[in-house]
Design a protein around this ligand. Structure first.
Ligand code: B1M
Length: 212
C-alpha cells in the first residue's frame, strides 16, 4: 500500500496519532503537500462521508476522521501557505449559520493566504450579522460563504439578502462554495463567484483583487 493510501486508511479509522506520524513520514520523503492533501487526506474523509451516507458509520466516527484530517492539514499547512510579506487584498470567510463543517473553509483560507490575501476567518455557524460587522470593520474586497449542507445553502441566499438590507452588498464580491453548491445556485442567489475547491477559490481571489 502506498503511503498516501495508508494516510487515507488512517483518516477513515480516525487514528489521529498515526495520521500525524504518516503525514510527517510522507513529508520527510518529500511527497508533495498537495498530493498529501488531495490523494491522501481527502480520499479518506470522502470515504468516511460515503460510509456515513450508507449508514455504515456514525457521527462520532465522522468526527474522529475530521479531527484526523485536521491534524494532517495542520502539518502540511506551512508547505501549502508559503505567503510573502505583502498583502494583495482582504477576504472575510466563514461557514454559514447552522453549519458546523469547517475543514473545507479552513482550506480556502489557507490557500487564500498562500496567494498573499489577508484572511479574516469568522469560523463556523456564522450568522449574517457577523459578516456585516466584519465588512464594516475590515473593508474586505471578498466575502466567502461556505455551506456543506443542502439545508444551509439557503443561508447563503439569506445572508446575501441581509447584505442588501444593510447596504453593504455593493461593497464586496460574494464567493460561495461547499460540496452541494453549484454555479446554478450561485446564479440563482446572485453570488458573484462560485468556486469548487480551495485552489480555485484562491486563484479567483487573486485574479479579482489584482485585475478587478
Ligand atoms: Co457532515 N455531512 N454532518 N459532518 N460531513 C456531510 C457534508 C454529508 C455530505 C455526509 C453524507 O451524508 N454523505 C452530509 C450532508 C448531506 C447534505 O446535506 N447534502 C452531512 C451531514 C448530514 C451531517 C449532519 C447533519 C449529521 C448528523 O448530525 N446527523 C451533521 C450536521 C452538523 C451541522 O453542521 N449542523 C454533520 C456533522 C459533521 C461533523 C461535525 C461530524 C463533521 C464536520 C467536522 C468539521 O468540519 N470540523 C462532518 C464531516 C467531516 C462531513 C464529511 C464526511 C466531510 C466534509 C469535509 O470536511 N470534507 C461530509 C461528506 C463529504 O463531504 N464527503 C459530511 C473535506 C473538505 C476539504 O471538503 O468541505 O467539501 P469540503 O470543501 C471543499 C469544497 O467544497 C470547497 O473547497 C474544499 C476543497 O478544497 N469549498 C469551498 C468549501 N467551502 C468553500 C467555500 C468557498 C469556495 C470553495 O468559497 C467561499
Amino acid at each position: 500500500m502506498s503511503i498516501l493510501n495508508e494516510i487515507s486508511e488512517l483518516v477513515i479509522k480516525g487514528d489521529i496519532a498515526n495520521v500525524k506520524a504518516k503525514v510527517s513520514e510522507a513529508m520527510e520523503q518529500k511527497v508533495d503537500a498537495s498530493s498529501i492533501l488531495n490523494d491522501g487526506l481527502m480520499p479518506g474523509i470522502n470515504e468516511i462521508g460515503d460510509r456515513f451516507a450508507k449508514g455504515q458509520v456514525f457521527v462520532p466516527n465522522v468526527l474522529l476522521s475530521a479531527k484526523a484530517m485536521n491534524a494532517g492539514v495542520e502539518l502540511i499547512q506551512p508547505l501549502l501557505a508559503s505567503a510573502g510579506d505583502t498583502t494583495i487584498g482582504t477576504a472575510v470567510i466563514g461557514t454559514v449559520k447552522g453549519d458546523l463543517h469547517d475543514i473545507g473553509k479552513n482550506l480556502v483560507g489557507l490557500m487564500m493566504k498562500s496567494v498573499n490575501m489577508k484572511v479574516i476567518d469568522l469560523g463556523a455557524n456564522v450568522p449574517g450579522e457577523k459578516f456585516i460587522e466584519a465588512i464594516k470593520e475590515y473593508n474586505p474586497q471578498i466575502v466567502g460563504l461556505s455551506a456543506l449542507l443542502t439545508t444551509t445553502m439557503n443561508e447563503q441566499a439569506h445572508i446575501i439578502e441581509q447584505f442588501k438590507e444593510a447596504g453593504v452588498r455593493d461593497k464586496v464580491k460574494v464567493m460561495i462554495g461547499g460540496a452541494p453548491v453549484t454555479q446554478m445556485w450561485a446564479d440563482k442567489i446572485g453570488a458573484d463567484a462560485f468556486t469548487t475547491d480551495a485552489a480555485e477559490a484562491s486563484r479567483w481571489a487573486k485574479q479579482y483583487v489584482t485585475k478587478g
